[in-house]
Design a protein. Structure first.
Ligand code: ATP
Length: 132
């Protein structure tokens, strides 16, 4: 059976590279499932849980934006940040969530509101992925 090499890179350096059967991720315009021999594609990624499937196992990564590049035998994710569940600091994410919620409750200008919404989304994604 054909596989996909998946490579994940952030500004801090490479996060992982391994082979999988399927990649499922959230692009900005919806959920994408990538199997080997997919047509070449570049798509902007949303903040979300990237699921990497091999047999009955699924690895998870908390990914914060960036781009997905698909070639028939390779998927490259270039993300602003990407953490494996074991690398997520749950206390830090809980604090980030609380800070963002407080900012959203206070009356701030539009830009700060958008920033707080994104910070909340990142924190909630990390808390969700940390459970795997
Ligand atoms: P914080 O307010 O806690 O910094 P943030 O969402 O603003 O959270 P980012 O700007 O997305 O943080 O990430 C900055 C760096 O910190 C990245 O390298 C990211 O992987 C890392 N990081 C952020 N939050 C966590 C966390 N809870 N656990 C592990 N690494 C984290």
């Amino acid at each position: 059976m054909k596989t996909l090499t998946v490579s994940v890179v952030t500004p801090d350096g490479p996060v992982m590279e391994d082979t999988y059967d399927m990649v499922v991720c959230r692009a900005e315009n919806g959920e994408l499932g990538i199997l080997p021999e997919h047509i070449p594609l570049v798509a902007p990624l949303d903040i979300g849980d990237v699921r990497l499937k091999r047999g009955n196992d699924t690895d998870h990564l908390a990914v914060n934006g960036g781009f997905l590049e698909v070639r028939p035998d390779k998927v490259t994710i270039l993300a602003q940040s990407a953490e494996k569940p074991s690398d997520i600091d749950v206390t830090r994410a809980e604090h980030a969530k609380e800070r963002a919620e407080q900012r959203l409750q206070s009356h701030q200008d539009h830009i700060d509101f958008q920033r707080a919404e994104l910070a909340l989304k990142r924190a909630m994604n990390r808390l969700n992925v940390s459970k795997f």
